[in-house]
Design a protein around this ligand. Structure first.
Ligand code: AKB
Length: 309
């Protein structure tokens, strides 16, 4: 039987840091290559260099790629060309290699940013008006169609999840609109104060990283014939506004105070749904989140206190 050899691209980022550890636990250390532009990665690789990527896949007999390199929503608005290039060109490159080298599977994360102001604000379903109005959202929506195209036309087994805002204690996020929900924990522990760049009532869908990693592994382990979505699956974890999260943190740090100075990121957040429906993911591959906001906040503070000791 052919053994899996997994290449994780963007391995030093927010998802990559934890996914590499989980994949190594599942498959063994020598079966997972952590690639990133960052020099601390096992393999230093610029995903935009197609030739280098192609050679790396061939020389290491890679059978699966997890492509996590991306420019997130807030940074994407400041650098439209760069975001489009990184988010779409990297995916096209990976899909082409997957087709030519007959890889077993590819994973690529999409985002709730594919939904624009025309989509339902609450309980946004899998299939609805999808008209993104951010550079990041447009690139993710285009990527979803490319995944579907390569699956239908070339039989590439590419799988995807539309991640909500991800919250984790291991690696800091970079350049996202939902990043406040990570930063707030660090500031709460360091200074007992946080100034939020969203308004107090700007509610967004979020997911705790252990759930995000579990979802990814679960989707990738599902037999192909059970999957009915080849663009990207909606998944939901929790939904909250900054004032809700502040109240949850205050239960553990009573002196914690929050103030609000909304900036351009508030408009990005306003264009996204406040909550998501994920019936199809539940039906096709048994998705179920384990963390709600209270459980996530408690665990985040415990873990960060342990790390910062
Ligand atoms: C962002 O805020 O840009 C990301 C996302 C919702 O995909 N976290």
């Amino acid at each position: 039987m052919k053994k899996d050899k997994i290449l994780v691209i963007g391995a030093c980022g927010q998802i990559g840091t934890e996914l590499v550890a989980a994949l190594r636990y599942q498959h063994g250390n020598d079966k997972v290559i952590a690639a990133d532009k960052a020099t601390e990665a096992d393999m230093v690789l610029d995903v935009l260099e197609h030739q280098a990527l192609e050679t790396a896949v061939k020389e290491n007999s890679v059978t699966q790629i997890y492509l996590l390199a991306a420019m997130l929503s807030a940074n994407g608005e400041q650098n439209a060309d760069g975001a489009w290039k990184l988010n779409v060109q990297s995916l096209l490159s990976v899909l082409k290699i997957a087709r030519e080298q007959k890889l077993d599977k590819v994973f690529w994360p999409s985002s709730i940013a594919v939904f624009g102001p025309g989509a339902p604000k609450y309980h946004c379903p899998q299939h609805t008006r999808i008209e993104p109005n951010t550079v990041y959202g447009i690139s993710k929506r285009a990527g979803e169609y490319w995944c579907n195209y390569y699956f239908e036309k070339h039989g590439v087994d590419v799988r995807s999840i539309r991640f909500p805002g991800l919250i984790s204690y291991t690696a800091p996020p970079g350049g996202g609109t939902t990043d406040y929900a990570v930063d707030i924990f660090h500031k709460a522990l360091e200074k007992q104060r946080y100034t939020c760049f969203l308004t107090e009532d700007n509610c967004l869908p979020m997911l705790y990283m252990p759930d995000a990693i579990r979802a990814t592994l679960q989707l990738m382990a599902t037999p192909a014939e059970q999957l009915t979505i080849r663009t990207s699956y909606n998944i939901a974890g929790m939904s909250f506004a900054p004032c809700d999260l502040a109240a949850a943190i205050k239960k553990h740090i009573p002196e914690f105070k929050i103030s609000y100075e909304p900036d351009y990121r508030n408009a990005i957040a306003n264009s996204w749904p406040a909550s998501i429906r994920d019936d199809q993911a539940r039906k096709d591959w048994g998705w179920e989140p384990q963390y709600d906001m209270a459980g996530m906040a408690k665990d985040m503070l415990e873990q960060l206190r342990r790390i910062k000791k």
